[in-house]
Design a protein around this ligand. Sequence first.
Ligand SMILES: Nc1ncnc2c1ncn2[C@@H]1O[C@H](COP(=O)(O)OP(=O)(O)O)[C@@H](O)[C@H]1O
Ligand SMILES: [Mg+2]
Length: 253
Amino acid sequence: MSVMVKSEGVHKSYGSVEVLKGIDLEVRKGEVFCLIGPSGSGKSTFLRCINHLEKINAGRLYVDGELVGYRQKGDKLYELKDSEVALQRRDIGMVFQRFNLFPHMTAAENVMEAPIQVKGVSKAAAKERAHHLLERVGLGDKARNYPAQLSGGQQQRVAIARALAMDPKLMLFDEPTSALDPELVGDVLDVMRDLAESGMTMVVVTHEMGFAREVGDNLVFMDGGVVVESGDPREVLNNPRHERTQSFLSKVL
Ligand SMILES: Nc1ncnc2c1ncn2[C@@H]1O[C@H](COP(=O)(O)OP(=O)(O)O)[C@@H](O)[C@H]1O
Ligand SMILES: [Mg+2]
């Protein structure tokens, strides 16, 4: 099974507003899959559907061959119990625009928390792993710092280390650098680039076209809840075929 995420005709509405109007796409294992598009086009909603933070109204979503949030019997879908959804979500790391670290915990404690609470890892083992992961994101010397003592870029790297502590098979990034001062963006992108090189499967919503071009294996342009165009990032960015893609890129590039 070489496919990590498969989306078939995924629809999502809030009340009478249809936000996703049938998303079909496939993310292969080990791939960096970039999602771009104007504000309000449904990018965050789609990411949230992948780990079932949002329920879809129609279609099918699979992660690593498993239906997300449902069990299929014959033609019918049955919703999984919260505990079963939590088990699926455990394998999916998510990094948001805002870092959402626990403010009363040090960087190391933030990274240790889920493995201890969710996986029952011993405190000593979780601590050792946390230090290793903080080293990996370039923050080996910040383990004892509280979030308020860290820059936004450092906090975001702690958030990435925290997600990695659960050994995810898939990482979702929702505009991870959008809230950062420009000079802090590079360090976060470097960590993401390293992660990509290590073979992690990543779905990345971003406005960093340089990152998409250099690191992305695939790029999708979404607008109005549909995939307008997709393909090799260099191809899509250099030669957008659709007028809507051209118009968007002319504003952001
Ligand atoms: N919880 C919600 N309730 C109602 N509408 C929502 C909710 N979340 C998002 N939307 C709407 O869905 C559309 C897509 O939003 P979103 O997925 O956040 O877009 P993007 O991430 O591409 O900017 C927007 O019009 C937004 O207002
Ligand atoms: Mg968004």
